[in-house]
Design a binder for this molecule. Sequence first.
Ligand code: PLP
Length: 416
Amino acid sequence: MTGADDIIDLTFRRYEQYVNPGIATLVKFMGFDTVEVASEGCYIYDADGNKYLDCWGGPGVFNMGHRPERIIRRVAQQLEKMPLSSHILANPLTAELAERLAEVTPGSLQFSFFCNSGAEAVEGALKAARAHTGRPEFVSTQGGFHGKTFGALSASGRDVYRDPFQPLMAGFTHVPFGDAQALAEAVTDKTAAVIFEPIQGEGGIVVPPDDYLPRAREICDEAGALLILDEVQTGFGRTGKWWACDWAGVVPDIMTMGKALGGGVMPMGAFIARPEIWDIFAENPYVHTSTFGGNPLACSAGLGAIESIEEDGLCERAAERGDQFMEGLSAIAAEFQDKIVEVRGRGLLIGVQFDDSDVAGLVISALAGEHIVAGYTLNNPKVIRFEPPLIISAEQVEEALAAFSQALDNTAALLQ
Ligand code: PLP
């Protein structure tokens, strides 16, 4: 037994006894009979020193890569000065990040609330919509994913995650994603807000028709309801623009974000809204709070994340590498038409839909054998996602494509 074997064995035993035996079984089934111990750029390293190209990317967390130098540097410097805030005195980093977010988000989005995760951002957005409109109901989408706390789960659209916890929050209606007519019929004068992702991530990387966001904006405006766009996964350059809603030129009333906001270094979430919506929070700043939200360490990472997107040209890189990846995947899909139904996405948010979730599972495991980290989308296990860091090089995209092709050959041989 090597030292690496010891740590692998011990980690799985601890998962089985103290974390969750189901997770131990699942990761082994996915082909990862090992443990991760380090990461750098686009690669994750296991205990034996093997490296894996990360095509999963968090998902949506590692837009700037693993351990991005400029963000690590900012966070390390802040760690030496003041990691957490008193919450009594005002903190310069919270203020600076809020200003920067107002600059990089569209339209008149201006005031930010900082929290620690995407789900928490969604909770805050739902509360803000209720308080601002005085209305009780929400419309969200089937297959949508907004997190797993009660409010966020109530907005999400996959029964397998909802059923064990019923009753969820009352007042949610789920309509088919991308269907503006269904949305128009569901929104009433009781609707506080419509919430959906501009491109569904966990729903299977689903891009709506071009007129969907503009129509949703009109429907909300006509009904006096707010439009909340959840950019937790699609934001921070992932689709080739700063925000996925920028493709449609639509500005929401509230936008939620998380994942890459922390630069792949710190956990962080936020929601940002138009000034009028902030009245309730300005009148009573303690009506919605978070002990760790907006802490200086996370804010220093957030500032680094914004700087990376701007200075490293990450939106442009996502668009270019996304085209290359999508073209390559489409060519491979044409050779495996018996298994692959569709390749779709935008920028480096790409999904490959299989006709069978078991086959998708076998391909993920075969990809692990090719030293590629990939996974399926939570609300649609027929879809394997490709969401690598936005810093991925053209050569690394070719490496991933060759591995995908090999994984499909290996899976086909297994199924014969
Ligand atoms: N919203 C979207 C669109 C997401 O994709 C996710 C997570 O995948 C969430 C919200 C929840 O984020 P978190 O897991 O940080 O709570």
